[in-house]
Design a binder for this molecule. Structure first.
Ligand SMILES: Cc1ncc(COP(=O)(O)O)c(C=O)c1O
Length: 432
């Protein structure tokens, strides 16, 4: 077989997977160790044809895949690997560039600058923000807080009780104390609870779209407090930032023009395959202070260029900009807006069904595409319901805990999710 034959067979496999994923169980129905046991314990002595890899994908691996690219994946934050993103990943692997320095691939560096600036414009963010791509929001937040630490070494990091655990992890790695701030009845950080606690603080992390309920912290008020105290303001908009491609959701980013840094994950709600997280900052000089470290072998003498290794913890950098650029080009503003609007419509439709049916309650506001709800009854009943629904393999939902109570979550975020898919989730919840 030639490379062309293998490539054609792989493209066919991908097309058939995307066409048929709807018929597979969303949540892998295997026992721990089952997949490992089905694979040889040692590598082959002689190389095998690539066809053997493809055959084992179907035979061994697919049963152990939880299908994040399934239209009935409603857990966590549902995501999509869209076709332009998938194809761009293939090309990026073929090019196999490492964009650590401008010189090590000028096009990768400059395309990254262009793609993150296009995204900035699509989200209505201020001119002049510096942006670069990291793998995940965890790394972006770590980088932002490392910059904050440059200015206030040892100062505390403050965030709401509903901030993502990546903030806790970043503070732990950086050796900074972490303080949690109370939220209001709608799970938003309370500025009153923050006021008076910022003396000597290194940073505040505000969340736009919290992981449990997608609540939006009051960034304008938080920015005011940070400015008074001289603390770095980092905004975690990993999920909900993408909604700002639609004007009607721009309210959620109010005040971010005063933030020192902001993270948005195109791999969450912007059709880009995992991994792709964009970190914007109005203070790239501080980020560079935190991360620039140039050993002799990486000195180039190039002037007026960006060396992306200077902005984050990793030296080596995949060509992630290619897939982001491909997605932005192939969907365009209108295409992205249509997808976001449809997801929000579907989530709100589901919420309407819940509201109309006695015995169910919605337990948090639902500004975007996630609904938090529960059956009126005990935590155990809700937990059992979720287990039963997920055991069907037809849908996959996840849970959280709010005010101590067990809560179910339905998150719409896959490109191929239809009204029928959401309706099926509702039917299963009711019948089980
Ligand atoms: C609000 C928020 N921030 C950060 C993260 C971490 O994202 P990543 O997996 O890209 O590190 C998540 C994950 O779901 C999240 O919901």
């Amino acid at each position: 077989m030639t490379f062309t034959d293998d490539a054609a067979a792989t493209a066919e496999w991908v097309a058939s997977y995307l066409g048929g994923v709807r018929d597979l169980p969303v949540l892998a129905q295997v026992e721990p160790g089952q997949i490992r046991a089905a694979l040889p314990a040692s590598p082959p002595e002689q190389g095998e044809p690539f066809q053997a890899v493809l055959a084992d994908l179907d035979r061994v691996l697919l049963p152990g895949i939880t299908h994040w690219n399934h239209p009935r994946f409603f857990a966590y934050f549902a995501i999509s690997g869209s076709e332009p993103g998938i194809l761009a990943e293939l090309v990026a692997a073929a090019l196999n560039v490492n964009a650590m320095l401008w010189r090590t691939s000028p096009a990768a560096t400059e395309l990254e600058e262009v793609a993150v600036d296009w995204l900035r414009q699509l989200l209505g963010l201020p001119d002049g923000l510096h942006g670069h791509i990291e793998d995940t929001a965890s790394t972006s937040t770590l980088a932002a807080l490392a910059a904050a630490r440059q200015l206030r070494p040892g100062g505390a990091v403050l965030c709401s009780e509903h901030a993502h655990s990546s903030v806790d992890k970043a503070a732990r790695l950086l050796g900074l104390p972490l303080e949690k701030v109370a939220v209001d009845a709608e799970f938003r950080l309370s500025p009153a609870a923050l006021a008076g606690r910022l003396d000597g603080a290194a940073a505040v992390v505000a969340t736009v779209g919290t992981t449990s309920t997608t609540s939006v912290d009051p960034v304008p008020e938080i920015a005011e407090l940070c400015a008074e105290a001289g603390a770095w303001l980092h905004v975690d908009a990993a999920y909900a930032g993408s909604a700002a491609v639609c004007e009607e959701h721009r309210w959620a980013l109010a005040g971010v023009e005063r933030a020192d840094s902001l993270v948005v994950n195109p791999h969450k709600w912007l059709l880009t395959p995992v991994d792709c997280s964009v970190l914007y900052t109005s203070r790239p000089d501080v980020l560079r202070d935190a991360f620039s470290l140039v050993p002799e072998y990486l000195r180039t003498g190039d002037e007026d260029v960006t060396n992306l290794m200077d902005y984050g913890p990793a030296l080596g950098r995949r060509f992630r900009a290619l897939k982001l650029w491909a997605v932005l080009r192939c969907y365009g503003r209108a295409g992205l807006q249509a997808v976001i609007r449809e997801h929000v419509r579907l989530a709100h439709l589901f919420a309407g069904w819940l509201e109309a049916e006695p015995g169910w309650e919605i337990v948090a506001p639902y500004p975007f595409s996630v609904v938090c709800f529960r059956r009126r009854g005990s935590d155990e009943e809700n937990e059992t319901l979720l287990e039963r629904v997920n055991a069907t393999g037809e849908v996959f939902l996840s849970h959280t805990r709010l005010d101590g109570r067990y809560v179910l979550r339905l998150a719409v975020g896959n490109l191929r999710t239809s009204e029928g898919d959401v309706r099926r989730a509702w039917e299963l919840l009711q019948s089980l």
